[in-house]
Ligand binder design. Sequence first.
Ligand SMILES: Cc1cc2nc3c(=O)[nH]c(=O)nc-3n(C[C@H](O)[C@H](O)[C@H](O)COP(=O)(O)O)c2cc1C
Ligand code: SF4
Ligand code: SF4
Length: 438
Amino acid sequence: MSGLGNGLPRNGRPRTGAPVDLAVDCAGIRSPNPFWLASGPPTNTAGQVHRAFEAGWGGAVWKTLGDPITNTVSRYGGTAYQGRNVAGFNNIELITDRPLDVNLREIAEVKRVWPDRAVVASLMVESRDEWRDIIRRSEDTGCDGLELNFGCPHGMCERGMGSAVGQEPKVLEEIARWAAEFATTPVIVKLTPNITDILYPAMAAQRGGADAVSLVNTFKSVIGVDHDTLSPIPSVDGEGTSGGYCGPAVKPIALHMVTRLGKAPEFELPISGIGGVQSWEDALDFLLLGATSVQVCTAVMHYGFRIVEDLVRGLEEWMRRKGYARVDEFVGAALPNYREWGDLDLNYKIVAEIDPSTCIECQLCYAACEDGAHQCIELPGPTRVPRVVEERCVGCNLCQLVCPVEGCITMIEVETGLPRESWNDRVRKGTAGAGSTH
Ligand SMILES: Cc1cc2nc3c(=O)[nH]c(=O)nc-3n(C[C@H](O)[C@H](O)[C@H](O)COP(=O)(O)O)c2cc1C
Ligand code: SF4
Ligand code: SF4
């Protein structure tokens, strides 16, 4: 069992007040903390990256360099959900629209002023000669590494770049090999999530000689339709197209993909995790599931560079509480607890318990269990406080998830007296008969 099972690393002790070191080394790229700005609008100019580093960001992946493009107007869309703006974010923006030499001059200037921060040049070009040229010129800036953008799902893929490469492992492998041949700094391959199994392109990157992967780029999406003009959103003079989806809504899918790579024994490269991070808890999820650094774009576009203060402080406090001195002590620490479904214990049992003293009698739990689960919450009266019929409760968590009062419904462990037994154990014993999964 991992050290996190009891909340402490093996032999760990809370380190109240003790110094903790947030520095990381991701494939040879060092930064004073694991928090990097992802390639995007916040890393468009030197002025922004200077301010980001002043705020405390450990690294920045520059807005993707290449042949400067022309963007559409408008180009962003947001999903508002129950009063929260930008629960998900969609864009049809392309790579940098600024001349290459201007970007390169600014990268060199930023690196000179911030030698301890990770400055990574994100690149996207087409031919072998163009890759050789842009890698050489980028490395001349003194940058710490390169990120190959094989993930952009709109505009660039139609030109044979971005996700058109990320979705074709053979092409990805070949370009990664060129980059590995030309580069003297670490090469990170940025993967597109618009694929059935992220392991295929990740293995192609590894075979091609990449030093790390970063994931995810944005998910191909149509965010909605303007109900007056009937234009897909974002609307470009009454017309729209599919864009890339990101922000808090995509975090669970990004985490799944990071976990998929973290669990695959054949995949050995370091991971830079990206997708929906806006709090230190979000970032910690990525670290615990195997990411060495964590990149952020949408949350900075929403709240600004200063969110890094919460990321740094929150992670430091958690590390002290858990007795960790360095980040590499817990990178991937949750992976041993991630199992395939067939290996989970079918004899583990919990049931819901309602605390009448905090219940506000909204009866949401009753409606959820009655209509959407297993009909085991009753309204016995005379108050409106519901009651769980323990013998019928299957422990699905639904009532706890819908209850608006934190801590009002608790899931209580029930001792069954039965030994741990998984579906795969039953298959091995020949007792996995039809219907016995339910
Ligand atoms: C407006 C916008 C522009 C982006 N431009 C780039 C880009 O030029 N290169 C790149 O590799 N990723 C680009 N991305 C993707 C982000 O780097 C990141 O992978 C993605 O947004 C997921 O992270 P998030 O949920 O923190 O935003 C862009 C994202 C947004 C929202
Ligand atoms: S959802 Fe929570 S607060 Fe509402 S009735 Fe059920 S237990 Fe009480
Ligand atoms: S845990 Fe599921 S089955 Fe049990 S009371 Fe809640 S909703 Fe019903």
